[in-house]
Write a protein that binds this ligand. Structure first.
Ligand SMILES: Cc1ncc(CO)c(N)n1
Length: 221
């Protein structure tokens, strides 16, 4: 059988896990408007702190890019870092609206586990190919999940529209496609070992995304 691109093959081979991570009941509750404000606030508190670690991770991906990468490829990652600055500003503004005190948040275990995984990927022993693959999928899961909350028949509450547009917009989708191309280009000529490592890192991303949604959707007693 002819092998396709890394990303297409990965999504095909891990269809069930990918589908579970992108069709979660937490997202469904935003889409149908039944979400409890407490759950949304919990997600936001935890995600802000995830994004703080994610900034470092994305910076590490940029540092690992091969020196001979075309400037336009470097600029895709640079654009990602730039976007994270306005994302942080947005989180602070939203937190204010929801009366969340971001500095008082305690990280929950699934978030701690996810941040620990990012830290591991930041290390110099994780090759660029592996880090960029994980980066692509982390963004893709949010994009595909939140895109569903913007479909014609979605009943996303008005106050959550700015959230779902952040990751579910056509612009963000375009960005994930650019990342996908970077991944496929990087892995095309990579060793079998790096391809395997990238595959494993991507499986881990899906597992961690799933647990992150579970955490967010957990009904507070
Ligand atoms: C948990 C998680 N996954 C992905 C993203 C997308 O940046 C995010 N903000 N948080």
């Amino acid at each position: 059988m002819e092998a396709g691109s890394f990303t297409a093959d990965f999504l095909k081979q891990n269809h069930d896990l990918y589908s579970a991570a992108t069709n979660h009941s937490f997202i469904a509750s935003i889409r149908d408007g039944s979400i409890d404000a407490q759950n949304f606030k919990l997600w936001m508190e935890q995600d802000y702190h995830f994004v703080r670690e994610f900034v470092r991770f994305v910076a590490s991906v940029l540092v690992k890019m091969p020196r001979d990468s075309p400037e336009c490829d470097v600029d895709i990652i640079l654009g990602g870092i730039t976007a994270l600055e306005s994302e942080i500003t947005w989180f602070r503004k939203e937190a204010n609206f929801w009366q969340i005190f971001l500095e008082r948040v305690t990280l929950l275990q699934p978030n701690k586990d996810y941040c620990a995984f990012l830290k591991q990927l930041e290390g110099s022993d994780t090759p660029f190919t592996v880090a960029i693959s994980a980066f692509w999928l982390i963004e893709l899961v949010y994009c595909v999940s939140f895109m569903s909350c913007l479909e014609k028949d979605a009943k996303t509450p008005f106050e959550l529209i700015s959230t779902v547009k952040r990751w579910g917009s056509p612009e963000f989708h375009d960005y994930t496609l650019k990342l996908m191309k970077l991944v496929d280009k990087a892995l095309e000529n990579a060793s079998k070992d790096e391809q395997k490592q990238a595959h494993e890192a991507c499986v881990r991303v899906l597992e961690l995304e799933l647990k992150f949604w579970d955490m967010a959707g957990f009904v507070l007693g």
